[in-house]
Ligand binder design. Structure first.
Ligand code: GUN
Ligand code: FE
Length: 469
């Protein structure tokens, strides 16, 4: 097992035996399992009072160190509706990009058949890339948003469902709702999700989603702040992604000190608020975000693709001590795999370091893996539930196989730990394999996915056959 139980801590568990109960929860983590006995036998001898385990997965590191289990990824910012637009609109600045590509696409989601096709695809694709939990934006349409919640439950992915709220769209009048219909739609979505969740579980949760300040009236922002408080619901929105957007917010809300203050004045900042992008924050804003315990969703791929800027994440994490997670931001981001975002987050941090002429800004593997798992769990308020291999957490995991069928990650025999290395250098060897995974791997290496202890995807092994001529 590879996990990051806290910031700055990457733990490699070479000999762990993990017990998962019928609720899909981790009952115990035994760190000194010996291979001399089969797992179930070992368990019976160590804990004679319990007998009810079967083996759900067995990974023998000594035989195949290219297989390991990692907590499922948490994508804290993704627009489910924007999937058809991935790769489209390179370099178009944010406000033009919204107007030209995004609003016209989202406006089609009142067509339920169209919506269902796209929503099915994005859920399948994210699961196949190891995402076991995601905080989604849908569109303003409540019916297809409810269908999206149903699909999450059907596929077994943990998810936060954000019906987009926006009652003030000056640039694209065809796509907006009025205040009354925003309220009505929110009621409809919240009631539906309460009804469809399996008993005793909240796999799917509504999340309050004012799209971003420029498209929301003061009245709507105030109502959504109150709704979050009265229903104890989390909040997600965009903040300080692009300089023109920041200027627009200054013009629209002259009574507020800055962008962060707009949300603060409408009671939208608390420990369950996810702020996406946060590229150009002032020191005052970072202080407020820290004091209110909000999380940031860092979206490096999107910030690069639409040229929004480079967020100084190392500083947010360590100096400002703000919780930072990762978001694909499909379709501002073209990559719906959090593994891809892990890679991009590291590369962008190197650019920040080069610009600042200070290597401090370089993110390490452990920082990026933390943001992709535990940091994400904190952002969605589930750090006691998911994100690490610890007792009491749900078994939301992914099995990685660096030599899976058709894998792009070439691992050479001499890079595998020898029996000697297993005694002396296994940490170092394993860190090299993690580097291989992050920089050369992709969804083909994610071969099995569990959510709530249940297998939700199993890509059975296939043999590769070359036809030599
Ligand atoms: N700001 C407001 N809406 C959006 C959106 O859909 N994507 C991104 N990247 N930024 C936004
Ligand atoms: Fe976004």
């Amino acid at each position: 097992f590879v996990h990051t139980p806290s910031l700055d801590q990457l733990e490699l568990k070479f000999n762990a035996l993990v017990g998962v109960n019928s609720e899909g929860e981790i009952d115990f983590v035994h760190d000194e399992y010996t291979l001399a006995l089969a797992p179930v036998e070992f368990f019976k001898q160590s804990y004679p009072d319990h007998h009810n385990y079967t083996t759900i997965e067995f990974v023998d590191y000594t035989k195949d160190p290219t297989k390991f289990i990692v907590p499922g990824f948490v994508d804290t910012h993704i627009h489910a509706s924007q999937y058809p637009n991935v790769g489209v609109g390179l370099g178009t600045p944010l406000l033009d990009w919204l107007h030209s590509y995004t609003f016209p696409l989202e406006n089609k989601f009142s067509d339920l058949d169209f919506a269902t096709k796209i929503y099915t695809k994005i859920i399948q694709k994210t699961i196949a890339s190891g995402t076991t939990c995601a905080s989604y934006f849908t569109t303003i349409d409540p019916n297809s948003t409810n269908a999206f919640a149903d699909l999450l439950l059907q596929y077994g992915q943990r998810g936060f469902v954000g019906k987009v709220c926006m009652d003030h769209n000056d640039t694209y009048h065809a796509y907006e709702e009025d205040f009354a219909s925003a309220k009505e739609s929110m009621d409809k979505v919240i009631a539906h999700i309460e009804k469809v969740n399996p008993e005793g579980q909240s796999l799917v949760t509504p999340i309050i989603t004012p799209r971003f300040a420029p498209v929301c009236s003061r009245e709507l922002l105030k109502y959504l702040g109150e709704l979050s408080a009265s229903r104890s619901l989390p909040i997600q929105t965009h903040i300080s992604e692009n300089k023109k957007e920041i200027e627009l917010v200054r013009d629209l809300f002259p009574e507020c000190k800055d962008y962060t203050d707009v949300y603060d004045q409408h009671k939208l900042l608390n420990q369950s608020t996810i702020l996406a992008h946060a590229v150009h924050l002032t020191e005052d804003e970072r202080t407020v975000i820290k004091n209110k315990n909000c999380s940031i969703s860092h979206c490096p791929t999107s910030n690069t693709f639409i040229s929004s800027g480079e967020a100084p994440i190392k500083q947010y994490l360590y100096k400002d001590q703000i919780n930072v997670s990762l978001g694909t931001d499909v379709s501002g981001g073209f990559d719906l795999s959090i593994l891809g975002i892990v890679k991009q987050s590291i590369l962008v941090s190197h650019h920040v370091a080069m610009t600042e002429k200070d290597s401090y800004h370089q993110l390490l593997l452990k920082d990026a893996i933390f943001m992709a798992t535990k940091g994400g769990a904190i952002a969605v308020g589930l750090d006691n539930t998911i994100g690490s291999v610890e007792k009491g957490r749900k078994f939301d995991m992914q099995l990685i196989d660096l030599r899976s069928y058709n894998s792009n990650a070439d691992i050479f025999e001499w890079q595998l730990p020898s029996q000697e290395d297993l005694k002396e250098e296994r940490e170092l060897k394993m860190m090299n394999l993690l580097g291989k995974w992050i920089f050369t791997g992709d969804d083909r290496n994610c071969v099995k996915v569990w959510c709530n202890g249940r297998v939700i995807l199993d890509k059975s092994a296939r043999d590769e056959r070359w036809v030599m001529v």
